[in-house]
Design a protein around this ligand. Structure first.
Ligand code: GLN
Ligand code: ZN
Length: 769
């Protein structure tokens, strides 16, 4: 059996890519230096893969920012506004990624969305009637060089987003995906021809969009694309259709009817794929790329389980070992690089984990074990060691388990319904119409980061650290008062990350030193690992929020991260259900909420930034169950507070349209969410669903350094006001400000407050829309 992977992390073992790209943005690195930095990373990845004896690897899938954006640019799908800037190709690329404000013009970034059920975000390509597909493969092949230097063209295969997913994840104005079937299919066909000419025997087309629910139209679209691509295509380069994040039940028969050289299936999230193969068979002569190593989680693979899948493929579907490539369930983009960088973890903890590099070794082990007869397998040292580790139990907390068992409906329900709480809250808080606020974090300056770093290194006493934090809070409160915001925050200067901070202060989590995972562009996160039962040991945020509140007469929001987000942005356990872990975390958050209330905090925001993230991709039962426990977990956090206490929540870059009713059912009093980058599309759905929760769809994009003008934000507010009654409308940026620079933040917020004031005055004067 051969081994392969569907993709590898690209940000660099020590986030080298992040730092190089950010330097380039600041003008401190030339484009040549940036591409040299990228090449060094690729060379390192190739050698690591080679050392692990992986037989076939993808190439060309490297990206300076996002692979979807790369595909759009590769096929010339660049809106006219960006071309008009007349920047270099590289700067046009970054203008698409992050917006541009300069001598050439002023454009926003493309919309950013969550990539399926992951915490990765992609940029949404935009098609309109003027879009003309034009392949420029030179930069693409340039990205393959470092890998082919190690693996040769025979051992590496160009890999990119496939046409169905490209169309399925893009936005269309005045046109439809159908309009682009022919041009796009010929561009892909030309690319395959170019691969063949360069001696590549394979190309990998990633089609995760095939694991969603497909309509007849979707299936037809998929078929017409690939019929066109595969007809008379250069036979020297065969197509590997790579799917991941689930099973392909709606199009399996279409897939096996098409002349693909190889089909990649996920057997972790897509367990159903096994039955599809058993039921419909698998075409003779086609290679099956079997995703048996979890590409999303960091736990060691269960060798016995993986080998069992491979046995089933060979026995029930008669797929010979020579036609099976053992692979990962999805690209390894979603896990950290290597356990080698983890010098502080206990050996007993470490032996349970496998990061990207260790997963490579697992693939090689599994391929070898699968070929052994059962008796030899059981005597194999790697197999035995693996079984032992998988068999030991992680830490449990009996008290927490008892608490969960005794939960009743009452624990998920607030004292009074929202309609009765609202007047009480309004009377207590006395906020103006269109209250202005922020999402919580303020810019994390060097000084603030240094404060944490010095504490960590032991070069700062805990007392001095706390004194500094108080200083930052004081400055932040003063700044917000001078800007004229209505609801203030303490600024989150104690947090490196909204999940890591909570995990660090709760029992049951484990932290890595260097377990970085790309979230979007140059932004990385270091997800904690839920390692055992979760419990709160001590109050986490109360002293900071209470101190901030003592400095001002304006209301200060307490700022917590919700249970579903903590869980979704951690690596979850595999030995208990997600809902069980979520309820454990919810009980910890609930204790914190009640302590904040006791400390006099009257507004408490529980961020559920990632609530939608792990929503099962398919409708039906699993999705309903997920939403049921996710909403309950949130309600469990806040059901204990008084009616007068206002509960806020916040969500990031997501498509909410299909879960609006559930979001309302979280029973928060106010929700803020990201919509400025998705151009306020969600307003119609809010209106249609008679959304009850007070809300703000975020008035400007914090993922971009541009400063929005007052007029621009007045216009957004007026658009919002048409769909959301003014009494229910809040005004705030679309997410936390921690990644922004102080100057642009202050200017943007001042403009935002001015815009809110202008619209407020119009409303008070009774001016019609
Ligand atoms: N309160 C958090 C912050 O402002 C929310 C961040 C997020 O939604 N990702 O940073
Ligand atoms: Zn957010």
């Amino acid at each position: 059996m051969q081994t392969t992977i569907s993709g590898y992390p690209r940000i660099g073992k020590n986030r080298e890519l992040k730092f190089a790209v950010e330097k380039y943005w600041k003008g401190a690195l030339s484009s040549a230096e940036l591409s040299a930095a990228a090449d060094a990373l690729l060379r390192d990845a190739a050698l690591t893969q080679k050392n692990a004896q992986i037989t076939q690897v993808p190439c060309g899938d490297f990206s300076l920012y996002d692979a979807m954006l790369d595909a759009a640019v590769l096929f010339g799908i660049v809106p006219a506004a960006y071309k008009r800037l007349r920047l270099s190709p590289l700067d046009t690329y970054f203008a698409l990624a992050r917006g541009y404000q300069g001598t050439g013009g002023d454009v926003k970034a493309l919309t950013m969305k969550k990539w399926f059920n992951t915490n990765y975000h992609y940029l949404v390509p935009e098609f309109d009637r003027t879009t003309s597909v034009a392949l420029d493969s030179v930069p693409f092949f340039a990205k393959t060089a470092e890998i082919t230097a190690v693996f040769g063209t025979a051992g590496s295969r160009p890999a990119l987003v496939g046409p169905y997913t490209l169309l399925g994840c893009s936005r269309f104005t005045d046109c439809t995906p159908r309009d682009f079937v022919r041009p796009l299919a010929s561009a892909y066909k030309a690319l395959i021809g170019a691969c063949a000419a360069r001696g590549f025997p394979w190309i990998q087309l990633d089609e995760p969009a095939l694991v969603r629910d497909l309509s007849t139209d979707d299936r037809n679209l998929f078929r017409s694309l690939y019929e066109a691509i595969l007809e008379d295509v250069d036979p020297r380069c065969r197509v590997l259709l790579q799917t991941h994040f689930g099973d392909v039940r709606d199009c399996y028969q279409d897939i096996i009817a098409l002349p693909f050289g190889a089909v990649g299936l996920d057997f972790i999230e897509g367990a159903e794929n096994l039955s599809l193969i058993a039921q419909h068979g698998f075409p003779a002569g086609t290679v099956l790329v079997a995703g048996v190593v979890n590409g999303k989680n960091i736990w060691k693979n269960d060798y016995a389980a993986s080998v069992k899948i491979l046995d089933a493929l060979r026995s029930s579907a008669r797929i010979g070992s020579d036609r099976i490539w053992v692979s990962t369930s999805c690209p390894l983009l979603h896990v950290p690089y290597s356990l080698a960088a983890e010098t502080a973890l206990d050996a007993a903890v470490k032996e349970r984990f496998a990061f990207a590099e260790e997963k490579l070794a697992e693939l090689t082990d599994i391929a070898r074990l699968a070929e052994l007869p059962p008796a030899l397998r059981e005597a194999d040292a790697a197999y035995v060691r693996n079984g032992k580790v998988k068999g030991t139990q992680v830490q449990r907390n009996a008290a927490v388990r008892r608490q969960i068992e005794s939960l009743s409906e009452r624990d998920f329900t607030r004292n009074s319904p929202r309609a009765e709480r609202r007047p009480l809250q309004h009377a207590a808080l006395k906020l103006p119409l269109l209250p202005t606020t922020t999402i919580g974090s303020f810019p994390q300056t060097q000084e603030i980061k240094r404060n944490r770093a010095l504490l960590r290194k032991g070069e700062l006493s805990a007392e001095q650290y706390e004194r500094n934090i108080r200083g930052f809070i004081r400055d932040c409160i003063r700044l917000q008062e001078s800007i004229g915001l209505d609801v203030l925050v303490h600024g989150e200067f104690e947090r490196n990350d909204m999940v890591e901070y909570f995990g660090e202060n709760l029992e049951g989590f484990i932290f890595t030193q260097n377990g970085w995972v790309q979230s979007y562009g140059t932004r990385c996160v270091k997800p904690p690992v839920v390692f055992g039962d979760v419990a709160r040991i001590k109050p986490l945020t109360v002293p900071y929020s209470a101190y901030a509140a003592s400095l001002t007469s304006k209301p200060v929001k307490g700022m917590l991260t919700g249970p579903v987000t903590v869980l979704n942005w951690s690596f979850p356990r595999e030995d208990v259900s997600l809902s069980e872990s979520a309820f454990q975390i919810a009980l910890a958050v609930r204790a914190e909420v009640l302590d904040l209330e006791t400390a006099g905090i009257r507004i408490i925001q529980i961020d559920e930034a990632a609530l939608r993230e792990k929503l099962p991709l398919r409708a039906g039962n699993p999705r309903a169950q997920y939403l049921d426990w996710a909403v309950k977990a949130f309600r469990l956090c806040c059901s204990g507070v008084k009616d007068e206490t206002q509960i806020h929540t916040h969500m990031c870059y997501s498509e909410f349209e299909d879960i609006i009713a559930e979001i309302d059912a979280m029973d928060a009093d106010v929700i803020t969410f990201e919509a400025s980058r998705s151009k306020l599309h969600i307003l119609d759905s809010l209106e249609a669903h008679r959304f009850e929760t007070e809300t703000s769809p975020g008035i400007y994009d914090i993922h971009s350094p541009r400063v929005p003008a007052v007029e621009e934000m007045i216009a957004s507010l007026e658009t919002m006001r048409k769909k959301i009654p003014a009494e229910k409308l809040w005004v705030n940026p679309d997410c936390g400000l921690k990644t922004r620079a102080p100057e642009e933040t202050e200017l943007s917020l001042k403009n935002m407050v001015a815009a809110a004031e202008a619209v407020r005055t119009r409303i008070i004067k009774g001016e019609a829309l």
